[in-house]
Ligand binder design. Structure first.
Ligand SMILES: Cc1ncc(COP(=O)(O)O)c(C=O)c1O
Length: 450
């Protein structure tokens, strides 16, 4: 249970203002001012509420350029929670990815993953590599019974590596939980098998551990032989298979900004290389683009993230939202993951053809109806793919209450029930296709919203 230690006043703008705001934003909710948003489920990244203990640590941050005590506190926390004592700090997850993949991936390499998150994909590609996804069968099915649908398909990954040539695969990446596959968890057994594969290929095993705690919570609930084990030891067990762990502190670090790469003890040369890259791209290797106070707050947040009571409340809220949505007739992906509920927009709005972006249409309609901001992760965000038309409702950590969750379910229920959302067409888009959903502008195909 939590009680509020600080509050923010929030108001639902009237429907006229919502119409105006959406039109001004070019029907892209990234362009909305937060003041025009009532419940913000755009992302769970950096949007959570810090605890009083984190604020206390924040106030005591050591802002020394080199050798900051706050960095030492962060190293201690990473060692005790994740089991690694070599860390290279970065300003956020993608900064850490830049350090790591820029050092490990060369032109023509192939990087295999359970599913690359978009910034991971972009950093692998920017280093000249080719990102290849091997999710398990059913990862994108709406109704699956798999306990660990986020897993890497190790056999498919092995076959792929053999077909391209194992020497071209320097890295296998396992992302826990698998954000791009409906936030599904990954088992420890799967990571152990990924380790074996990496050894066979003479490749490194990297774990993207942004949501290490949420994933471990699922392990303790679902994995044979580990049910009822404690979260803290499940975290360390899972991560112990990795050569490197890349973390955005904005998720299970329970902070608003920050990140790091943690490295295994035998990675001396890589550690030196990443420290050099940190100096070049992020900041000195004892702050890496973070203020001392931010490192101090993350040190506390990492420890709080493995508290089972917190995780039960966190994952319970995601489950609660999914249940309420389903009660209102909204088709959601099952089982629900740890940080978000994913809605099948094609099933929710069957009257909107794929080329008119049913996912984005649902996102816009939910904003117009109830001031709720969510994000499309279908063919608008990933042009040229055959991904399902997903809309993600990501819950910020420790921020919203039951009333918010009910408001969101009511809003989506009304939109789906009415079934009169409007299809959209792209008016303007950036040159980099993979960045389209951040900045493209659209317009309604029929003038209903104008
Ligand atoms: C799985 C995963 N990896 C990497 C990142 C990148 O982290 P950041 O947003 O801090 O750059 C994210 C962010 O959402 C993520 O979900």
């Amino acid at each position: 249970m939590y009680e509020s230690a600080m509050v923010t006043r929030q108001e639902l703008p009237d429907s006229e203002r919502r119409r105006e705001a959406l039109s001004e934003a070019g029907y892209n909710v990234f362009g909305l001012s937060a003041a025009d948003v009532y419940v913000d489920l755009l992302t769970d990244s950096g949007t959570g509420t810090m605890s009083t203990a984190q604020w206390a640590a924040y106030m005591g941050g050591d802002e020394s350029y080199a050798g900051s005590e706050s960095f030492e506190e962060l190293v201690d926390a990473v060692e005790s929670v994740l089991g690694f004592d070599r860390i290279v700090p970065a300003h956020q997850g993608r900064g850490a990815e830049h350090l790591l993949y820029g050092a490990l991936v060369d032109e023509g390499d192939v990087v295999i993953s359970n599913t690359h998150f978009d910034t991971t994909r972009a950093h692998v590609a920017a280093a000249g590599g080719e990102p290849a996804d091997c999710p398990v069968d059913g990862a994108f099915d709406r109704e699956t019974t798999g306990a660990f649908d986020g897993n890497l398909d190790v056999d498919a990954a092995r076959a792929l590596a053999q077909s391209v040539g194992p020497e071209r695969v320097p890295v296998v990446v396992v992302t826990v939980t698998n954000n791009s596959a409906a936030g599904q968890p990954v088992s420890i057994e799967n990571v152990r098998r990924a380790r074996e594969l990496a050894d066979e290929l003479d490749a490194r095993l990297v774990i993207d551990g942004c949501r290490f705690a949420e994933n471990a919570w699922f392990v303790t609930q679902r994995e044979a032989g580990l049910r009822d084990s404690d979260v803290a030891s499940a975290v360390r067990q899972q991560l112990s298979f990795a050569d490197a762990v890349v973390v955005s502190g904005k998720k299970d670090g329970l902070v608003n900004i920050g990140g790091f790469v943690a490295l295994a003890d035998d990675e001396d040369a890589l550690f030196e290389r990443l420290r050099e890259r940190a100096i070049l791209y992020e900041g000195f290797y004892t702050y890496g683009g973070m203020a001392g106070r931010e490192m101090a707050a993350m040190a506390v947040g990492l420890r709080e993230a493995v508290d089972p009571a917190y995780l039960e409340a966190r994952v319970g809220q995601v489950r609660e939202l999914a249940d309420l949505l389903e009660d209102r007739g909204v088709p959601v992906y099952r089982p629900v993951g740890g940080h978000a509920v994913y809605v099948d927009a094609a099933a929710a709005l069957p009257e909107i053809p794929r080329e008119q972006f049913p996912g984005q249409a649902l996102v816009c309609a939910a904003y117009l109806e109830g001031g709720v901001r969510t994000v499309e992760l279908g063919t608008f965000a990933f042009p040229g793919t055959d991904r399902p038309e997903l809309v993600r409702l990501a819950l910020p950590r420790r921020r919203y209450h039951r009333e918010h969750v009910e408001h969101v379910a009511e809003t989506f229920g009304t939109v789906v029930e009415r079934g009169d959302a409007t299809g959209l067409e792209v008016v303007d888009e950036p040159t980099r296709a993979e960045l389209r959903h951040f900045s493209a502008t659209l317009s309604p195909v029929s003038p209903t919203h104008d």
